[in-house]
Design a protein. Structure first.
Length: 317
């Protein structure tokens, strides 16, 4: 093969995670028989009906996603888009979206490719991560909201939205604006998305999944809501910002996730802060991830008893 064509193929593949499509190869003047020989020799590995990976390029999840997009002229969407944006773990299934009307007959891949069709994929709904075309954060969140409850439960949708806000990929104000804009366009998932934003407004600006899980335990037990992310001061001096607090009764509930409280240094800081709060008269209760997940009724019992001891409830049983 002409060295200039070889170089052009290598350069194009380098920008596409080692991938190149049949159409791109033919456009460079390569004959179909050459493609067949390269495939037969193992130099080009088919990763779709008309897409190839150069044998020198390593495989990977990102490669699989981009291969599906190149092969079908699609964009990564739904769970896969959320994964590429760093909002969810690897979903195990590649979700892509293609314009409605494009033929996808016989293209459903039992190995894990799920094809969605859309009547409208405008440029402002599409971005690029690395080399992969992907739906924007806004469109990805709406895509998740449009998925069935058994695939994306409500609590998971709440967590994804919270993660997007924490990472400053979105804000609550912007998400409400987005909701109204999508409602006017008649998008799927609007009702679920509105429900999630309403729940966020009710829960308050939590900082972790664990804090939201504790709030759900409190709600399920029929207990009053605490203040979220309470800043505690004494004589104008900042003492601490606590996860959850009941001002009447001076009760603090801290959610201790393993990720941010596992080191000895952090444990020492947690203990010192708890001691300082207790010296100021606060009743401090530290709740761990395992307790919330494995024994939520016990967590509710602890909070109920603390409220009762402070005279905020009838004496707990």
């Amino acid at each position: 093969m002409d060295p200039n064509i070889e170089r052009a193929i290598a350069e194009r593949a380098q920008t596409q995670l080692g991938l190149i499509t049949g159409g791109q190869i033919l456009a460079l003047g390569v004959h179909r028989s050459t493609i067949q020989r390269r495939v037969a020799s193992g130099l080009w590995i088919p990763v779709g009906r008309r897409t190839f990976r150069l044998a020198t390029a390593p495989p990977g999840r990102e490669v699989d996603v981009l291969a599906a997009c190149l092969d079908l002229g699609a964009v990564a969407s739904h769970r896969t888009a959320a994964w590429l944006h760093g909002l969810v773990p690897w979903p195990g299934v590649i979700d892509i979206s293609v314009p409605k009307g494009r033929s996808v007959v016989g293209l459903q891949d039992p190995a894990g490719l799920r094809i969605h069709t859309s009547t409208n994929l405008p440029p402002d709904d599409i971005t690029v991560i690395g080399a992969t075309p992907v739906t924007s954060v806004a469109r990805s969140l709406m895509g998740l909201a449009a998925m069935p409850e058994h695939e994306v439960p409500r609590h998971e949708l709440v967590d994804v939205v919270e993660t997007a806000v924490q990472r400053r990929l979105a804000s609550d104000r912007w998400l409400w604006w987005l909701l109204e804009r999508r409602r006017c366009r008649g998008r799927n998932g609007v009702t679920r998305f509105e429900d999630v934003l309403a729940e966020r407004a009710k829960l308050g600006p939590t900082e972790s999944w664990l804090e939201r899980a504790v709030l759900r335990v409190i709600d399920d037990a029929g207990l009053p809501r605490p203040i979220v992310q309470r800043r505690i001061r004494r004589r104008g001096r900042f003492v601490a910002r606590v996860d959850l607090a009941y001002d009447p009764g001076m009760i603090v509930v801290e959610a201790l996730g393993h990720r941010y409280h596992a080191t000895r240094e952090q444990q020492n800081r947690d203990a010192a802060r708890a001691s300082e709060l207790q010296l100021l008269g606060w009743d401090v209760h530290q709740i761990t991830y395992d307790q919330v997940v494995d024994t939520p009724l016990w967590v509710a019992h602890v909070i109920r008893t603390a409220l009762a001891n402070a005279g905020l409830l009838d004496r707990a049983a």
